[in-house]
Design a protein around this ligand. Structure first.
Ligand code: GCU
Length: 663
């Protein structure tokens, strides 16, 4: 079971495009064997689930010829050209293997009858997924922050023997333009530390699968590996023994896997070892690893999620939102050419809404990848519908205003300074669940991330329609309804959870469901400071932590004053009294009540909309969605009531509309 690409009709690869393609003859010319294998796999896939054709009323589709051909001239890396010389004939042309794969899937996802002629190339070089899969189930599970079942790659301390499900995953990723995958959790435990030493054969097996789909293989490494599995008694990056150990390790890794991508590193972060332990900087640490992998063409992804997680909540001088910029911005330009700094889009931690990371505005001479989270750790854990492209668009469209107020937008800045090694990384949301993502609609987030990384200007609406079209063969009206369910779901989720950008009112550890004060007196630096008079975090330069001053001046001016700061981020940047009047005209306390009542009502409206369209989807999909919507509504009500009661008790201010707030 697990080895089959499950129910092709529920996944975009088996959507209408593939049904249509089944009627097309596929011709491959000049491509290497690998691509032929891809094509053959897909043909098999369609045959294997041939029943879907009848089940989905495919009309037999137009038949024709899809030709995939490798051309000798130098095209842009990974780019491809589509030609439609005559009806019923589509030609995909590319100069390299990845271009051929990308072009093939471009046609596959849309169906050959729906593509038009044109040239395509990715806007970014890095389009990477990080799997947070553990080899051994630890306190965080088989997949850390995974909500779709156990790992598809590891089980019981080993890589699984049968990689056919992993192969399906690789195909899924390639079909949306992902070109790099890190196999294991960034929190690297003892067993995973040996992936780059004793377990290289396993990594080579996974890399071979990924290679077929044009995806580079990466491994997350333990910064202290020379000390823990090597024969060196330190992990000091300036120690000769440490440098030699990593050089020898890199030689073995690339000796075994010639096209290996490189390492992902979480250092000095949430109790992980790192250069700070030896009074060294992150430049010392990252460049030491970069030097070891450089002769092999390897890349080091160095995560910037570095902050003090042993903070004393009484200490008002420390602000976690400053940490990444404080640690890394001073070193802009000093990282080696094969280091990519991997920076979470927000300065705290993948919250429903945050200001963008100031570090992203400060790295102008360093390769950067913006890190997003597809797995819904803080956004409903794949029990709630929360369509993330809207959140991502909101962050990526933020105007950075380097020189003057306004543009460029954050997504337009990726790579403008340093060219090639830039792009997007995201934490995957996939597990062994038959539908891959737990909630069938959470697939949309995975699909959208790949497409957005390839073409960062795509709108949330375009992406929703694309995914639906590639996934479910339903009438246009039903597809519009399904798109309407996705669109706005992030704002709905935001409405019934933490208000006005303040974040982190989640249950500690699990991060699911409300616990308004759950993190308030912890060492994690995630506070909202609610008291009887007001709420929010003062990050102003004038009176607060000064975090706003880490942005370029024109951007800082947009957040520093209450007059300028947008409502949606008010409590992220300011501490205000409950009676403070928002730009919307409402007070903060009334907004809290109104948005929480409205959030639940919007959730109910989503369910009504769902009931109108559920019959158009396969019954096994609808059954899962039904159960998840019931939980979403239960949870939304719990959020509403806890948050409203909490703020009523704190403020003593009644709801102006007299609705039920529990005492
Ligand atoms: C969050 C998450 C952790 C994860 C960390 C990271 O804090 O809760 O599980 O390890 O992010 O991104 O490294």
């Amino acid at each position: 079971m697990a080895s089959l690409f499950p129910a092709s009709d529920r996944c975009w690869l088996g959507g209408p495009g593939s049904v249509e393609l089944a009627h097309w003859q596929l011709e491959v010319d000049g491509a290497d064997d690998g691509l032929v294998t891809i094509a053959r796999d897909h043909a098999l896939l369609v045959r294997r689930h041939g029943g879907a054709e009848a089940g989905y009323g495919a009309d037999g589709g137009a038949s024709g010829m899809l030709r995939v051909e490798q051309v000798a001239e130098n095209g842009p890396p990974e780019g491809f050209e589509i030609l439609t010389p005559e009806p019923g004939r589509v030609v995909v042309r590319a100069a390299d293997r990845r271009g051929l794969v990308a072009g093939f899937f471009h046609v596959w996802n849309r169906g050959p009858g729906a593509v038009s002629a044109g040239r395509h190339r990715p806007a970014t070089a890095i389009r990477m997924l990080n799997d947070w899969d553990n080899m051994v189930v630890d306190a965080m599970g088989s997949v850390e922050r995974g909500y779709a079942g156990p790992s598809i790659l590891f089980s019981g301390g080993e890589m699984v023997d049968d990689l056919s499900r992993f192969r399906d995953y690789a195909r899924l990723l390639a079909s949306v333009g992902i070109n790099a995958l890190c196999l294991n959790n960034v929190n690297v435990n003892d067993v995973e530390t040996t992936l780059v030493t004793d377990r290289l054969d396993d990594v080579a097996r996974a890399a071979a699968v990924l290679r077929e789909y044009g995806i580079a293989c990466y491994v997350a490494v333990n910064y202290a590996a020379p000390l823990t599995v090597g024969d060196v008694d330190t992990a000091d990056p300036l120690d000769d023994g440490v440098r030699a150990w990593w050089r020898a390790t890199a030689e073995r890794v690339w000796g075994r896997i010639g096209d290996f991508g490189g390492f992902v590193v979480k250092a000095d972060s949430e109790n992980r070892p790192g250069p700070f332990r030896y009074d060294r900087t992150h430049v010392d640490g990252a460049n030491m690893l970069a030097e070891a992998v450089a002769p092999h063409g390897g890349t080091v992804f160095w995560r910037c999620f570095v902050y003090d997680n042993h903070q004393d909540w009484r200490d008002r001088s420390t602000d976690r939102a400053r940490a990444a910029a404080d640690h890394f911005a001073p070193f802009d330009g000093q990282f080696a050419d094969n280091v990519v700094l991997q920076v979470k889009f927000g300065p705290i931690d993948f919250q429903t809404r945050e200001g963008v990371s100031p570090l992203l505005t400060r790295l102008r001479a360093t390769h950067v990848a913006i890190e997003l989270q597809i797995t819904q750790e803080y956004t409903g854990q794949q029990k709630h519908v929360c369509y993330l492209p809207e959140l991502w668009r909101d962050a990526l469209d933020t105007e950075i205003g380097w020189e003057t107020d306004g543009g460029p937008r954050l997504y337009e800045t990726v790579g403008v300074h340093t060219g090639r090694h830039n792009g997007f990384v995201a934490v995957s949301n996939v597990g062994a669940d038959p539908n891959w993502t737990g909630h069938p609609f959470a697939q949309a987030n995975l699909y959208a991330f790949g497409r957005l990384a390839w073409e960062p200007s795509l709108t949330a609406e375009e992406l929703a329609h694309e995914w639906l079209r590639a996934t479910y063969a339903v009438p246009d009206a039903a597809r519009d309804e399904l798109a309407a369910l996705l669109l706005g779901s992030w704002q709905t989720y935001e409405a019934y959870t933490a208000p006005l950008g303040v974040g982190f009112m989640v249950t500690p550890h699990t991060h699911y469901g409300p616990s308004v004060d759950g993190y308030e007196y912890t060492p994690w630096g995630t506070y909202h400071f609610a008291d009887r008079d007001g709420v929010g975090v003062d990050r102003t330069v004038a009176t607060g932590s000064g975090m706003i001053g880490l942005y370029p001046p024109a951007m800082a001016a947009r957040y520093e004053t209450l007059d300028a700061c947008p409502d949606a981020l008010l409590l992220f940047f300011h501490h205000v009294p409950y009676g403070h009047v928002l730009h919307s005209g409402s007070t903060v306390i009334q907004h809290i009540y109104d948005s929480h009542f409205a959030g639940v009502e919007q959730g109910e409206a989503m369910i009504r909309r769902w009931h109108g369209v559920r019959e158009s989807l396969p019954s096994e999909v609808s059954a899962v969605v039904d159960v998840r919507f019931a939980e979403q509504l239960r949870s939304a009500i719990e959020w509403r009531d806890q948050v409203n009661t909490y703020f009523w008790r704190k403020s003593g201010v009644p709801d102006a509309r007299g609705r039920l707030i529990h005492r």
